[in-house]
Design a protein. Sequence first.
Length: 376
Amino acid sequence: METQVKSATNTPKTGDWLPINGTDYVEFYVGNAKQAAYYYQTAFGFQPLAYSGLETGNRQTASYVLQQGKVRLVLTTPLNSKNPINQHIVKHGDGVKVIALWVDDATKAFEETVKRGAKPYLEPTRYEDKDGYVIQSGIHIYGDTVHIFTERKNYNGAFLPGYQPWNPEYKPTPIGFKYIDHMVGNVNWGEMNIWVKFYEEVMGFYNLLTFDDKDISTEYSALMSKVMSNGNGYIKFPINEPAEGKKKSQIEEYIEFYEGQGVQHIALATDNIIETVTEMRKRGVEFLDTPDSYYKTLLDRVGKIDEDIEVLRKLRILVDRDEEGYLLQIFTKPVEDRPTLFYEIIQRKGAKSFGKGNFKALFESIEREQAKRGNL
């Protein structure tokens, strides 16, 4: 069934007080960064970039930095039981702590957002080494998640001061990830509009798209979502909250097991989703299933596409079309033992939307997995 998208009432504001050049990195707090790095290298094809730990004089944490295209992941683990990062891991499991945004002026970004109501996380701080200096600042967002503003125009090192280049022998082949298309946050009942207002008033974002519980629902569960975008469109943050349904929604399951609000999934863009997903499946990544019936009527729904439908069916890739083109997408199963964080793989062929025509098929697939876990 085709869903209807509500037109956003807001449009990009003039006089952008928070210009953002893109996502700088995403930092995870994890129980074992060395093993997590191996997973992202092996399964997702990320390349080693930089390291901080005992060997670099860091006595508190170990961090491995991985990169593919413009996507940078930082995996950080504490080195002793007294480190406060342990509290994050005990509560949430492995999860996203930092969404770092690349800016030209981290001090101004901090001042402008705090002045508009953001809760400070990191006062503007200068970090330097032989390769120059970086200025970082930060604010709190939903749950225990934070935004770090990174100003790196005066730095030429591998990643940040305190890190050294990491160049191990083990380097599995990249699989085609280009950039982060969007990152989705799950928030509590009734809090979606609070965070929409935060991104509008504190960050200068605008409401690009709105989906309500009539758009995103199945027989059993529902959710609501608003997509927030910054002025240049480089950053897109959909924000989800649960909606009333007969059974527990995927958002409720996430919040229960993450024990709070947080990043639900990261959408990674590729120019060839068939090659990317084929390789990920070979490397052991598990994806949500889609019934064969979805593909029998696919061309009736989306019209002519370049790809072979039989290949898409075999890989379980979804397709949707909007006024500007079409997109292909697929979702992994959760990549943690807790049913929390997962990834979306997306290829855009003109489409600017988020796969609204696939919502029903996708959510029924998620519900089948929830039922297996006893969480529906």
